[in-house]
Design a protein around this ligand. Structure first.
Ligand SMILES: Cc1cc2nc3c(=O)[nH]c(=O)nc-3n(C[C@H](O)[C@H](O)[C@H](O)COP(=O)(O)OP(=O)(O)OC[C@H]3O[C@@H](n4cnc5c(N)ncnc54)[C@H](O)[C@@H]3O)c2cc1C
Length: 543
């Protein structure tokens, strides 16, 4: 009987070993059983894993799913995880937690990679949208990381803004914006889950055209990034740093600075920025005596607490974004917090901030020109909120036209009239079909817009725990919440006495400025109406 090659050589090796007196002779059938044993164990493990194996990767697999090196998706560990996510060149992150021995993970790999291929690697179609990464929890170097995210089964998919993943852990009850993606067993299902989260309808068949642009489904819709408190704080801290670095604190600007500082003390959505501004304000006479240059202690003052600015953005991530985006978020989130009686003074504070401290000349000129065209008096919070919104939209539309000419834009953030229909359908009066890059304003339902803005920059402002600012990776819970004030350790603590006094003083001071400003506005309005009345009479006479 002829024996197949490998078995024959195995028999020869065994006979040779027997002749040397090693081991008992085994018949080929028992050896076959021994060879099959690992396979049987593997099958058993797969079936024991049951639900999970059946749930993940049960669709048509594209390859055998072996986890080889040189994968499309980078494998991160405890050492590389945070830095990679902080530097992730995308607005969202999706991390697969798996174990290299897990059969379900191996089956799932081709599905995960099929979706990843759209967003990463040399043939990516949608750049800068989702950062894909994976963590092998069976690797010793990743175990702490998997504990930090309470990974209980494999594969587990976590979805968040990249910095959120970098700085947080996971609570038992998963809350947005750090969430687990379930029901994503196949590539199609996973992409559907992603689309749902970013308001897109990407398809697995999307491809790049010859000029390198993405073809396929609604690729030019802007991403819907919620406004985050982190960015409002970051913009505040960066603003102060720029003001100091660029030596803008001259005697002539002292009044504008104090006015803006008072606005921050009273209405900044972040407690740490209110405290920092309050400390500066209450010590102003010593730190920046009138008629003198600011002292070194003034210049070193951490306006939003130590560790800020941290030089990364959450909502304002991305090319040609960052500080100017953060500044808009700061202005809008201040506007929704002022009282009616303070609105005019708040407007004046923002006006003089842009005039004296926003060192983008073109932006400054346009902004001042918009103010000079303003005829209505800011008399309420609603006036202020809507004026800023309208001015911002005017900038958006101007930039949209410029982008059309220059052909330079961030494909994820094309300039559009805002809010988009997806964000607020009731904000538009007419249900007309608009292009995503439309440079024309729709007819707005202004009351609905006001309500939307109050919520977007008020109650819905994303906040993170203090760990984001201290760089501490808490093993405890992530308490991502919405609404402005931080929910971390300091969030609930009472404002220190000194800061409380300063806040009180600033509130009174700000109230007085508000009163003075309203009187000025009234005088101006009276002058304007008498001038227009005279002008009208002259015109009528001529007619
Ligand atoms: C006062 C000011 C004036 C500027 N003027 C100019 C200029 O003249 N020329 C120039 O090139 N750049 C100007 N910029 C910068 C420009 O407006 C953008 O900040 C920059 O191009 C980055 O754009 P972005 O895509 O991050 O979104 P941004 O326009 O910065 O908006 C940030 C976020 O605010 C929200 N948002 C968008 N529109 C509105 C709205 N109407 N109301 C409320 N929220 C909104 C969105 O969530 C968006 O992601 C100005 C910035 C500021 C703060």
């Amino acid at each position: 009987m002829s024996v197949p090659g490998p078995l024959h050589s195995w028999m020869q090796r065994r006979r040779w070993a027997m002749r040397r007196g090693g081991g008992a002779w085994q018949s080929p059938p028992s050896m076959v059983l021994r060879l099959l044993f690992p396979v049987l164990v593997l099958v058993l493990l797969t079936s024991l894993e049951g639900g999970n194996a059946a749930r993940w990767g049960s669709g048509s697999a594209v390859d055998d799913g072996a986890l080889t090196s040189g994968d499309l998706v980078p494998t991160l560990n405890a050492e590389t995880f945070n830095s990679s996510l902080l530097a992730a060149p995308a607005n969202w992150a999706l991390v697969e937690f798996y174990a290299n021995w897990c059969p379900a993970c191996k089956k799932y790999k081709p599905h995960f990679e099929r979706v990843a291929r759209l967003f990463t690697g040399p043939n990516r179609v949608h750049e800068g949208v989702v950062y894909f990464a994976k963590v092998d929890c069976a690797d010793q170097a990743s175990q702490k990381l998997c504990e930090r995210f309470s990974i209980r089964y494999y594969p587990s998919l976590l979805w968040a803004l990249p910095p959120v993943l970098a700085i947080s852990s996971r609570s038992a009850k998963i809350q947005s914006p750090l969430e687990e993606i379930t029901n994503a067993q196949t590539a199609e299902a996973l992409l559907e889950q992603i689309n749902k989260r970013i308001g897109k309808s990407f398809s697995l068949s999307d491809a790049t055209t010859e000029d390198g642009k993405a073809s396929g489904t609604n690729t030019s819709e802007p991403l819907q990034m919620p406004a985050s408190l982190h960015d409002v704080e970051e913009a505040t801290a960066q603003a102060f740093k720029i003001i100091v670095d660029e030596k803008m604190l001259i005697s002539d600007n002292r009044g504008s600075f104090v006015q803006f500082l008072m606005l921050l003390v009273v209405h900044h959505p972040s407690e740490r920025c209110r405290k920092g501004s309050a400390n500066l304000l209450v010590n102003l006479a010593e730190l920046w005596p009138a008629g003198q240059v600011p002292t070194a202690a003034f210049l070193d003052h951490p306006l939003c607490g130590s560790g800020l600015p941290r030089n990364f953005w959450v909502s304002c991530r991305g090319e040609r974004r960052g500080y100017s985006c953060g500044l808009w978020l700061l202005f809008h989130s201040l506007s929704v917090r002022v009282a009616d009686s303070e609105s005019a003074a708040a407007f004046s504070a923002i006006h003089s901030f842009v005039e004296h401290f926003f060192n983008c000349q073109e932006c400054q000129q346009h902004f001042l020109e918009m103010i000079s065209r303003k005829r209505d008096v800011i008399a309420s919070q609603e006036d202020l909120v809507l004026w800023l919104w309208h001015a911002h939209n005017e900038v958006n539309m101007r930039l949209a036209k410029e982008e059309e000419v220059s052909k330079i834009w961030n494909p994820n953030y094309p300039k559009v009239v805002w809010p988009t229909r997806q964000q607020c359908s009731e904000c538009r009066v007419v249900a007309s079909v608009e292009k995503a890059s439309s440079t024309e304003e729709p007819e707005w339902a202004v009351k609905a817009v006001y309500k939307f803005l109050k919520d977007w920059y008020g109650a819905s402002l994303l906040t993170f725990p203090d760990t984001i600012h201290e760089g501490v990776e808490s093993e405890g819970q992530i308490a991502v919440s919405r609404g402005g004030d931080e929910s971390g350790r300091n969030g609930s603590s009472a404002v220190r006495n000194i800061a409380a006094v300063a806040i009180l003083l600033a509130s009174c001071g700000f109230g007085l400025v508000a009163l003075w400003w309203r009187m000025q506005q009234k005088k101006r309005k009276a002058a304007y109406s008498s001038c227009c009345y005279a002008y009208g009479r002259r015109r009528r006479r001529r007619i």
